[in-house]
Design a protein around this ligand. Sequence first.
Ligand SMILES: *Cc1c(COP(=O)(O)O)cnc(C)c1O
Length: 374
Amino acid sequence: MTRIYLSSPHMSGLEQQYVQDAFDTNWIAPLGPHVDAFEREFAERVGAKYAAALSSGSAALHLALILAGVGPGDEVLVSSLTFSASVNPIAYVGAKPVFIDSERASWNMDPDLLVETVERKVRQGKRPAAVLPVHLYGQSADLDPILEICNRYAIPVIEDAAEALGATYKGRAPGTFGQTGVFSFNGNKIITTSGGGMLVSDDAELITHARKLATQSRDPAPHYQHSEIGYNYRLSNVLAGIGRGQLQVLEDRVQARRRNFAYYQQTIGDLPGIAFMPEAPWGRHTRWLSVITVDPVEFGSDRERLRLALEAENIEARPVWKPMHLQPVFSGCETVGGGVAAEFFARGLCLPSGSNLGEADLERVAEAVRSLRR
Ligand SMILES: *Cc1c(COP(=O)(O)O)cnc(C)c1O
């Protein structure tokens, strides 16, 4: 029985011609024509004015925080239900995360809790330095109320759209609403360059500055001169070539992942105790991952027992992200609510979701889930 992975890379064949071109022209460097073209093509695809191609989504988040002026002692309000990569960069700049619970329509940052928290912080004379909503598993957070409260107090919004390339919020791409937006091309994301990320913004100066910070902050001088701390965060021209090929099939990848989800709905949706991550009314969920919840009483097994049953069939499934307010490394950080995210963690399971899964793979997964009920 071959292993069925959660989300594995899916090349289209188009990537190789770009990689070959990088070799033919000897642009094996963290700059070059594919980097420039990938930035242009990506910005156009998501509807942002400018984009900077970087070595990872984490690097993009780190630079986004620096560009927002977040520094030591500042507070950043961030979704609790996410991957640790959303929060680690807050620590890199010496700031403190304040974790905001999820709402139930999209599982993302609860705007009501955010509004309450911002108002309270402002009253206490401690305006948050940034708000960092995450667009989880391929679905946008409810951005309008988030942007409204942040605009009222001039708080920069940094969108973590690492999981949400291809999604929409009221017809536009999440990641393009805030001061900056961050995308990831890690190996398990909806498109991949093996590793890589993108920072987007409508502010030309911010993106120019991001490119400078990402190349060791060289001042415009023929000698090596630096007037601020720099980083080595640029994307390789070879990997940008992979990204250009992947970007061309993004829409196919979204459709394939949504088909996986529809298949699971049809084949296991009737089982008592199994429910699905909802698609909120404000936009398109890419179903980067197909996520279910398991009610242990109604289903007769809990999420972990189901996960182990799938593992026994050589099927990779993963619990929903363990919320950041429950992580040992962030213990002691301020948290607003947390019960909703904790419930999604206790019950949530991500099923195999790759765009390269075949009908037989999906059948095996559905059958393994159903067999626990017999
Ligand atoms: C993958 C991911 C990141 C980090 O992206 P990398 O490219 O792996 O550094 C950040 N946030 C979220 C929510 C992610 O899923």
